[in-house]
Design a protein around this ligand. Structure first.
Ligand code: ACO
Length: 159
C-alpha cells in the first residue's frame, strides 16, 4: 500500500540517505556535501527553503521528491524539482508517478505555471519516463553553473 506524505524534520536522516543514493545512481556522490543538520536548518525551520515528500510502501521508505519555489520573469511562480527518486526495489509500481503527480497538484493549487527540472543526458530511462508523462525537453537551453574558484574570482570583481 502506497502512502505519500510531506517530510518532517525527523525525516532529515532518511532524506540525507536517499539524496546520497540518488547521487550515487547519478555517479556524482563525491559532490554531495549536504548534511542532516543542513536539511533540518534549511527545510524545517521558520522559513523553509524547500519542501519534500516521502513515499512509503507498506510503511517502508521507498522514495522521495524534493522541490522549491522559484520565480520566472516570464511567467511568475514556478516549482523547481530538485530530485525525484524511487529506491531500486520499489521501481515500476507507480511510486514515481504518484510522487510527481503530488508535486503537480501542488503546482496547480499554488498557481505555478509549471515544474522545471534537469536530468542527466545518459539517464535514458528517466528521460523516456518524463516524455511519457508529457514533459517538454528544452534542448535549445543549456544548464549553466558558476561555482568554486570561478565564482570566487567573479565575486571579488563586485563593486
Ligand atoms: N518509459 C516510459 N514509461 C515508463 C518508463 C520508461 N522508461 N518507466 C516507467 N514507465 C511507466 C510505467 O510503466 C508506468 O506506467 P503504467 O502506470 O501505465 O504502468 C508509469 O510510467 C509509472 O512509472 P513508475 O512506476 O511510477 O516509475 P518509478 O516508480 O520507477 O519512478 C523514477 C520513476 C523516479 C525515474 C525511478 O525509476 C527512479 O528513481 N530512477 C532512478 C533515479 C532517477 O533517474 N531519478 C530521476 C533523476 S532526474 C531528477 O531527479 C530531477
Amino acid at each position: 500500500m502506497l502512502q505519500i506524505r510531506p517530510a518532517i524534520g525527523g525525516d532529515a536522516a532518511l532524506l540525507c540517505t536517499m539524496i546520497r543514493e540518488l547521487a550515487e545512481f547519478e555517479r556524482e556522490l563525491d559532490l554531495v556535501t549536504i548534511t542532516e543538520q543542513d536539511l533540518v536548518r534549511d527545510g524545517f525551520g521558520e522559513h523553509p527553503q524547500f519542501r519534500a515528500l516521502i513515499a512509503e510502501w507498506d510503511g517502508q521508505p521507498a522514495g522521495y521528491t524534493f522541490f522549491f519555489r522559484y520565480y520566472s520573469t516570464w511567467t511568475d511562480q514556478g516549482l523547481f524539482l530538485e530530485d525525484i527518486y524511487v529506491r531500486d526495489a520499489f521501481r515500476g509500481r507507480g511510486i514515481g508517478q504518484a510522487l510527481l503527480a503530488a508535486v503537480a497538484r501542488i503546482a496547480v493549487e499554488e498557481n505555478c505555471y509549471g515544474i522545471h527540472w534537469e536530468v542527466l543526458n545518459w539517464n535514458e530511462r528517466a528521460i523516456e519516463w518524463y516524455k511519457a508523462l508529457g514533459a517538454e525537453f528544452r534542448d535549445q537551453w543549456r544548464p549553466v553553473l558558476l561555482h568554486g574558484e570561478a565564482l570566487e574570482r567573479l565575486a571579488k570583481k563586485a563593486l
